[in-house]
Design a protein around this ligand. Structure first.
Ligand code: ARG
Length: 582
């Protein structure tokens, strides 16, 4: 249930506006920019002045007068040109936290009209090692999947593997070059296949004839000529198995493991439809749809539906996949979490879809993310200048985390396996949080020195905050202190309580803006505010038992919210966290 104080006050404001016959469009409050002066503020009177033909201060005074009758407020004032400042009574805030702590959704509501969303993220390519870009897409997509579900939407996540393009033909050509045929293909594992791809890539860069051969084989594959198609099925299976392992380690989930190849039949339908609707034309042997009409705002290159050799393109598979997601999955919205550098691709795909009419009324969104850079501001590479693969990155992160954790010999109560599990949980938290704390659109510099630290704005810091509260809760239980009714007795408790009540609004803003960094920010602030609270407000050392019980309830609800926030970011929270004693 939505128990945020902001929503509760918004409701009160809307009632007062209705009573006074004012347009409720202007009744919205926001958390005060000046917490020293008030808890919430409303600037609606300024906007109303014109239509009401009154001085804004006069309108504000009228609203303030009506609000004063409400016993929830401790102070209401009209300031400056007509700002309304409101503060709540401590008891009102405390009672709200009691409700939040008893609520299974920790004070969060759900979206008013749930939708069915298809989320497209991950997007790894068959036979290629995943790199940091695929990590970003996976981390962001998984987080948004969890956020959308928690907010009440229905989600279908599809990995959309790149398994149907020229690279497939390149690998098959390379195998034939080495073995003379494709007979041995089914015996090759992922390492061997990746190796073939690397060789093919170098060859095709230098040699036009090799490129041509790869194109011909790709076309045969797409025609499902058995010799090529059967060999390809093995490539695909082995690749998907490898990718599944990777995503399992990252705790990134998909409902569907479809790929470009699964859109093949629908690609044919798209071509047919484009022809029937008179949208297609031949252009030097290729079949295209032009998108740059005279009246369109900006010129856009045409999409090629079919190349001159008959093969479908990356555009065609995406256009067809949209049709499938609409027809078969009944998507209300399709959202892509893909590198920003593909934004033109998606603009073209969406424009062509609009013309074809294959997704009427369906929202199509590309949420483009920026690149992960190294300290030099260029795309993140390994020390020797190679591509930063996911495996590499996970290893770097684990090595770093191990430095700050005791070994099994140093902490005899834990087995080596338990410690290694912790290392892995913390390493993943470090990688994912560093990725998610930034705005999606802006790229970021991978902070090799700081990303796994236990202090600062990092995943391990939040995990540590949770483990610390877990330990407080355990100790309290040993001393028979139970969480009890919240009572606000100092500014730190009050501040913490106000922050706790913001969870619903943070979730909803994050859902609306598709921006997990809003959750990451909130988690960091909440953990920090908890820290200042705990420094001034002892629990175990408190002699007043009702106060100790109240503080314990605050601590517990903070722990529950932080855990849920990490869950929404796709991060696990270990029950205990070990730290090397320094
Ligand atoms: N496989 C693509 C790549 O690595 C990303 C796929 C993104 N999703 C999509 N529907 N186009 O660049």
């Amino acid at each position: 249930m939505d128990l945020s104080l902001e929503s509760i006050i918004n409701q009160k404001m809307a009632d007062v506006f209705a009573q006074l016959g004012l347009d409720s469009k202007f009744s919205t409050v926001k958390v005060s920019d000046r917490p020293d002066l008030s808890d919430f503020q409303c600037n609606g009177a300024l906007a109303l002045a014109k239509s009401e033909r009154k001085n804004p201060r006069e309108i504000a005074a009228m609203i303030a007068g009506a609000l004063e009758k409400d016993s929830a407020f401790s102070k209401i004032s009209v300031d400056g040109p007509g700002f309304i400042n409101m503060s709540l009574k401590d008891e009102f805030i405390a009672a709200d936290i009691d409700k939040i702590s008893a609520d299974s959704r920790l004070g969060c509501g759900e979206v008013a009209s749930p939708k069915r969303l298809v989320l497209d993220y991950g997007g790894p390519n068959a036979a290629k090692a995943m790199h940091v870009g695929h990590l970003r897409s996976g981390a962001i997509g998984e987080s948004m999947r969890r956020i959308e579900i928690f907010a009440g939407n229905e989600v279908i996540a599809d990995v959309h593997i790149g398994d149907w393009g020229t690279p497939m033909g390149m690998i098959l050509a390379e195998i034939i070059r080495q073995d003379g045929s494709l007979e041995k293909t089914t015996g090759y594992d992922i390492a061997a296949i990746t190796e073939f791809y690397k060789k093919a890539n170098i060859r095709c860069k230098e040699d036009e004839a090799a490129r041509e051969e790869a194109r011909i084989i790709t076309a045969k594959l797409q025609d499902k000529v058995p010799e090529y198609y059967n060999a390809w099925q093995h490539l695909r299976k082995v690749s998907v198995d490898a990718v599944k392992e990777n995503y399992k380690e990252l705790d990134v989930h998909f409902d569907l493991w479809l790929g470009e190849s699964d859109a093949h039949e629908t690609c044919k339908e798209i071509v047919k439809l484009a022809n029937e609707k008179g949208l297609s034309e031949k252009d030097g042997g290729a079949l295209i749809i032009r998108l740059d009409e005279e009246n369109s705002k900006k010129p856009m290159p045409p999409v090629i539906l079919e190349k001159s050799d008959g093969g479908f393109t990356y555009h065609t598979t995406d256009i067809a996949t949209i049709k499938m997601r609409v027809d078969d999955l009944k998507a209300d919205e399709i959202i892509y979490f893909v590198d920003q550098r593909q934004s033109l691709h998606f603009e073209q795909v969406f424009a062509a879809t609009e013309k074809l009419g294959t997704a009427p009324g369906v929202g199509l969104k590309h949420i483009g993310f920026g690149t992960v850079n190294g300290a030099d501001g260029k795309p993140f590479k390994t020390r020797d200048g190679g591509v930063m693969t996911l495996e590499n990155l996970i290893k770097i992160s684990k090595d770093k985390v191990r430095e700050s954790m005791p070994t099994a010999e140093e902490s005899p109560e834990y087995s080596a396996e338990e410690i290694e599990k912790m290392v892995s949980q913390v390493a993943m938290a470090a990688i994912k949080f560093q990725d998610l704390k930034n705005n999606i659109a802006s790229g970021y510099v991978f902070e090799l020195e700081d990303f796994a630290k236990f202090d600062g704005k990092t995943g391990p810091y939040i995990q540590y905050a949770i483990a610390r509260i877990n330990s407080i809760l355990r100790k309290a239980e040993e001393k028979n202190i139970l969480p009890g009714t919240v009572k606000i007795t100092n500014p730190e408790e009050r501040n913490l309580a106000l922050k706790i009540s913001q969870f619903n609004n943070v979730l909803m803003r994050c859902e609306k803006e598709k921006e997990p960094s809003i959750i990451a920010d909130y988690a960091y602030n909440l953990a920090q505010i908890f820290s200042s609270f705990y420094n001034t407000s002892p629990i175990m050392g408190e002699t007043d038992q009702t106060l100790a019980a109240s503080r314990l309830r605050l601590a517990k609800v903070v722990r529950d919210i932080l855990k849920q926030l990490l869950y929404l970011l796709g991060i696990e929270a270990p029950e205990v966290m070990l730290k090397k004693s320094s």
